[in-house]
Design a protein around this ligand. Structure first.
Ligand SMILES: [Cu+2]
Length: 245
C-alpha cells in the first residue's frame, strides 16, 4: 500500500466516523425553483504548508516564479479549499449518459498546467494546448487507463481520450519537473471541481441515495452518503482536517 493510498484510507475512515456521529452537517432545505441539486463547500481546517520548491526555473522561456507556485493548497477565505473534485461515486446504477461533443481543455500556460485539476468524461476528447513559447511534454500516469507521453513544441495541440473512470491521474511534464496537474475521468456528468470559494453544485440528479466523494491531491478522499429528494436542494459540507504531508 502506498503512502497516498494509506492516507486516503485513513481520511475516508475518519470521514465515515464523523458522518456516523453527526451526519457531517448535511441538511435539506426546500427549493422548488431549481429541482434536485446537491450544493455545498469544501474546507480545510489545517495549516496550509509552504509551497514545495520542486526544482528551479532554468528555462528562460518560463516565468521565474513558475517553479515555486503553490498549486497544491489553494485556499480562499475561512479555509475554503480549491482544486477538490466532488463527485457521485455510487448510486447511479446502470444508467448511461451521452458523452459531450466538445473537448475538455487543459493548457500549458506560463509553464504551469491550467487548470491545475481538470474533470471531464470518459471517451470525451481532451485537448492539450501549449500556449507557451517553449517545448513542453504531457505525460499522464494513470493506474486504470492507458499511459501516454507526448512532446508538445510551442503552439502544439495534442488530442487524447481516457476510456475508464479514474480520479486523480497525475500529469507531469518531463521537461519542467515542477509542472503537475491532476485529471479526473467520469462516466457520468455529476462532478465538479471547487474554485477558490470551495463551492460545488451538482444539478439534475434523480431522487435517490448516493455516495458522494471529495478528492484532494494531498488530503485524500472523504466520503458521505446522501439522499436526494425531489424538489429539494441538499447541502453537503466536506471539512478536511489534514494532516497534510
Ligand atoms: Cu513543460
Amino acid at each position: 500500500m502506498s503512502k497516498r493510498q494509506a492516507l486516503t484510507g485513513v481520511v475516508t475512515a475518519i470521514a465515515l466516523l464523523v458522518a456516523a456521529n453527526s451526519h457531517a452537517g448535511s441538511s435539506a432545505t426546500p427549493d422548488r425553483t431549481t429541482g434536485p441539486a446537491i450544493v455545498g463547500h469544501v474546507h480545510f481546517a489545517g495549516q496550509v504548508p509552504k509551497a514545495v520548491r520542486s526544482g528551479s526555473t532554468t528555462d528562460p522561456s518560463c516565468p521565474k516564479l513558475a517553479a515555486g507556485t503553490n498549486q497544491e493548497f489553494v485556499t480562499g477565505t475561512d479555509g475554503a479549499l480549491a482544486n477538490v473534485v466532488v463527485y457521485v461515486s455510487d448510486g447511479l446504477g446502470a444508467q448511461t449518459f451521452d458523452v459531450p461533443a466538445e473537448a475538455a481543455v487543459i493548457e500549458q500556460k506560463g509553464c504551469l498546467y491550467e487548470p491545475h485539476v481538470l474533470a471531464f468524461r470518459a471517451n470525451q476528447t481532451l485537448k492539450v494546448i501549449n500556449d507557451d513559447k517553449t517545448m513542453h511534454n504531457i505525460h499522464p500516469m494513470p493506474s486504470n487507463n492507458r499511459e501516454w507521453n507526448k512532446a508538445e513544441p510551442a503552439g502544439a495541440i495534442v488530442e487524447e481520450k481516457f476510456a475508464r473512470e479514474e480520479v486523480g491521474i497525475p500529469v507531469k511534464c518531463n521537461v519542467h519537473p515542477w509542472m503537475r496537474s491532476y485529471l479526473a475521468v467520469f462516466k457520468h456528468p455529476f462532478f465538479a471541481v471547487t474554485g477558490r470559494d470551495g463551492s460545488f453544485d451538482l444539478r439534475n440528479l434523480a431522487p435517490g441515495e448516493y455516495t458522494l466523494q471529495a478528492w484532494h491531491e494531498k488530503l485524500g478522499t472523504m466520503t458521505q452518503k446522501i439522499t436526494v429528494v425531489a424538489g429539494q436542494t441538499k447541502t453537503v459540507e466536506f471539512d478536511f482536517k489534514g494532516p497534510a504531508h
